[in-house]
Design a binder for this molecule. Structure first.
Ligand SMILES: [Cu+2]
Length: 175
C-alpha cells in the first residue's frame, strides 16, 4: 500500500507527441532487430569462428608444444613462433599477457587457436577493428589470412584486473 493513493483518473490517453515518440522507438527496434542478423551474414568482420571445449591445462600444453617446435626467435624475452602455412597457431591469454609472439606470412591462411587460462579476456587486433571474447575452457579457432605485412598489436579489451592495461601482445606479418 502506498502512502498516497494515485487519483482514480490517473490514466490519460497518449497525446500526438507521445504517440509519435512511441512510434519512432518501435520503428527503431525493428531496424535494430533486422540489422543484427543482416550484419551477421553481410558484415565483413568478426566471424564467429569455431569453438571447442578444452581444459586450460590441456590448452597450455598445446601452446608449450607449439612454441617448442616452431620457435624462430625472441622479442623482449618472449618467443617468436611461426607455424607452417595452413597450420595451427596457438595463442594463450592469461593475466596479463598474450603468449607467444606470433609470426605469419602475408597471404597465407592459418588456424589461430586462442584460449584463456584464467578468466575472460578480449582479443583485439590493432590497428584493425577485430574483437573476440576469449574464455577459459573454450578453444576459439579463427581461420585468418593476413592481407598486409607489418606489426600488429594485440590488446585485451575485457577488463581483467589491475594489470589489464599492460596486457598487450604482437603479431608479426612478414612477406
Ligand atoms: Cu585480459
Amino acid at each position: 500500500m502506498s502512502i498516497h493513493q494515485p487519483p482514480a483518473d490517473w490514466f490519460k490517453a497518449p497525446d500526438s507527441t507521445e504517440r509519435l515518440w512511441v512510434g519512432l522507438a518501435l520503428i527503431w527496434c525493428l531496424v535494430m532487430f533486422i540489422a543484427m542478423p543482416y550484419w551477421y551474414f553481410y558484415g565483413k568482420q568478426n566471424s564467429v569462428g569455431e569453438g571447442y571445449l578444452v581444459e586450460p591445462m590441456e590448452f597450455s600444453q598445446r601452446v608449450s608444444k607449439f612454441v617448442e617446435t616452431n620457435k624462430v626467435g625472441e622479442l623482449k624475452g618472449i618467443p617468436i613462433v611461426e607455424a607452417a602455412p595452413g597450420g595451427d597457431v596457438y595463442l594463450q591469454a592469461m593475466m596479463w599477457s598474450w603468449f607467444p609472439v606470433i609470426q605469419m606470412r602475408k597471404d597465407q591462411t592459418y588456424r589461430l587457436h586462442i584460449s584463456s587460462l584464467d578468466l575472460q579476456h578480449g582479443f583485439s587486433i590493432q590497428p584493425l577493428n577485430m574483437n573476440f571474447q576469449i574464455l577459459p575452457g573454450y578453444d576459439h579457432v579463427l581461420t585468418i589470412t593476413p592481407t598486409s605485412a607489418g606489426e600488429f598489436s594485440i590488446v585485451c579489451n575485457e577488463f581483467c584486473g589491475i594489470g589489464h592495461h599492460l596486457m598487450t601482445g604482437r603479431i608479426l606479418v612478414v612477406e
